[in-house]
Design a protein around this ligand. Structure first.
Ligand SMILES: Cc1ncc(COP(=O)(O)O)c(C=O)c1O
Length: 492
């Protein structure tokens, strides 16, 4: 009796939670528990019941009470199937159907499940400096504390005067033309403004050129706004620079804008002026507006200089986005901005839309705005990390070499930010599914990487490494990758 209760509850939960038997095997392995496929088949068919420790493990994974799973409790764990059928359910909006954001997606969910079950996972999936020991400059924290009591109310919807003034002066230093205080909007991170600026611009079916690989928020927000993301290739053979011929090929009568991410996430590329000029020429020829995501512009290495594309396009309408999340290691404060520049006459109506959406959200986080002036002025302590002996520089040197030393892996050296986007020899490892690759590595070695397709890259032959951890930790992770790849042969 008990075994049939258990079997039916167990198999229907597996189905409901879309957990495959092989997933359970891997999950058990990751937790040091021996569980074979034949054992699971016995449970499913009701031929045997799990022992106490196994029952607790299965109940934990399936997020149910062990007694209920075993059939000891008469009460249903949740509403019965009959009840479900008659109840109205709440589904996500169809607007989200094609939206992808794998930086916090299925591989990350699996990592969370493993952590819940007690495993330790090294997370190299997200560019979040603080957990890796990067601290905000003392002055920033001091000044925020001092101003906190003055930040209790809403600010002007575009932001505090002091913050916008500092951003305007920053725009002047970057030679971004025709920028007044009215052209600056602060947001809860650049993310907030990527969403807002696309929502205000796009009609259904409008096309936006986006890099592949990209930081996937851009593709997601274009889709959410009803637009159509059209990906242009960034060329690994040419330092991951945008392939201008491919960009040109993809422009249609419906194209409204070009997005560039410079410096780039996930490749770490920094675009030279000549490449930017070619993009401006194309935008000029086809009357497109330009979005430039420059959140990493203060994290550039090798004595290179970041050029804002807007500085080369005074006759076009441009939006430049940036923020303090990365340069000042305060990703959690949520403070970013956008700067409208160039030929604003072309965008009068759009700017009305931007203002409307900006007003609707009242304002961005005011305590975070209060430190923009402090952060952008004076000595930029982030520079210490980016020169020989500095953490980011040394970590980049290490990870670049360690990856290229692994047979079957090649990687272009990043020039900025803290990501590297290596290529895997898919034939050598029989890889056809890069999510599976990331899952297999995670389950065996407890290291979380994001597969390349998560960045709207078309082939299953790349992955991204966030090289924020210290060299000792990176060394452990690279050792694990090398070990894993010494025997890996993908089986689906
Ligand atoms: C290219 C790029 N743009 C924007 C963001 C979002 O930044 P924020 O923290 O300002 O929302 C990120 C975060 O990783 C990023 O990599």
């Amino acid at each position: 009796m008990k075994s049939s209760f258990f079997a039916s509850r167990f198999s229907s939960l597996l189905k409901e939670k879309q957990i495959k038997q092989i997933d359970l095997v891997h999950l058990a392995e990751a937790n040091g528990i021996k569980l074979g496929k034949s054992q699971i088949s016995q449970y499913v068919s009701g031929k045997s019941l799990p022992r106490k420790d196994m029952l607790h493990f299965l109940a934990h994974v399936l997020e149910v009470d062990p007694d209920w799973l075993l059939g000891a409790k008469e009460e249903p764990q949740k509403i019965s199937a009959k009840g479900d059928d008659t109840m109205k359910t709440f589904n996500k909006s169809s607007k989200l159907e094609n939206v992808l954001y794998d930086v916090r997606g299925p591989v990350v969910d699996e990592a969370a499940r493993m952590e819940e079950a007690g495993a330790q996972v090294l997370k190299l999936n997200i560019g979040n400096p603080a957990p890796f020991g990067f601290r905000a400059p003392d002055e920033v924290i001091f000044d925020m504390r001092r101003q906190l009591t003055e930040c209790e109310g809403y600010s002007n919807s575009k932001g505090l005067f002091s913050a916008r003034k500092a951003i305007m002066q920053y725009a002047q230093l970057k030679n971004i033309p025709n920028v007044t205080m009215d052209d600056i909007y602060t947001g809860n991170g650049a993310s907030d403004l990527i969403n807002l600026s696309l929502l205000a611009l796009l009609d259904n079916g409008d096309e936006v050129l986006i890099p592949s690989p990209d930081y996937p928020l851009w593709t997601a927000c274009v889709t959410l706004a009803g637009g159509k993301p059209v990906h242009y290739i960034c060329d690994e053979q040419s330092e991951w620079y945008p392939d201008i011929a491919d960009m040109r090929k993809k422009i249609t009568a419906k194209t409204k804008a070009i997005v560039i991410i410079n410096p780039n996430n996930p490749t770490g590329a920094l675009y030279p002026k000549e490449v930017l000029e070619q993009i401006v020429d194309l935008a000029r020829e086809h009357q497109l507006m330009i979005f430039s995501d420059e959140i990493y512009d203060r994290l550039v290495m090798d004595n290179l200089e970041h050029v804002s594309i807007a500085s080369l396009a005074p006759d076009l309408f441009c939006i430049t986005l940036s923020g303090l999340s990365k340069s000042h290691m305060v990703a959690g404060f949520r403070v970013g901005w956008m700067i409208l520049s160039g030929n604003k006459k072309l965008a009068r109506d759009y700017i009305e839309g931007l203002n409307m959406l900006s007003n609707m959200r009242l304002c961005s986080n005011v305590p975070a705005q209060s430190i923009v002036q402090t952060a952008l002025g004076g000595y930029q302590s982030v520079k210490n990390y980016l020169v020989p002996g500095g953490r980011l520089y040394e970590q980049r040197e290490y990870v670049y070499k360690a990856l290229n030393d692994i047979p079957g892996i090649t990687a272009v050296k990043p020039k900025a930010a803290f990501y590297i986007f290596p290529k895997i020899d898919t034939k050598r490892f029989n890889i056809t599914d890069d999510v599976q690759f990331a899952l297999d590595f995670l389950r065996e070695k407890h290291v979380l990487l994001i597969n390349g397709r998560g960045f709207n890259w078309g082939e299953p032959d790349h992955f991204r490494v966030v090289y924020l951890p210290r060299v000792e930790v990176l060394s452990d992770a690279m050792g694990k990758l090398s070990d894993f790849l010494s025997h890996y042969h993908q089986q689906l």
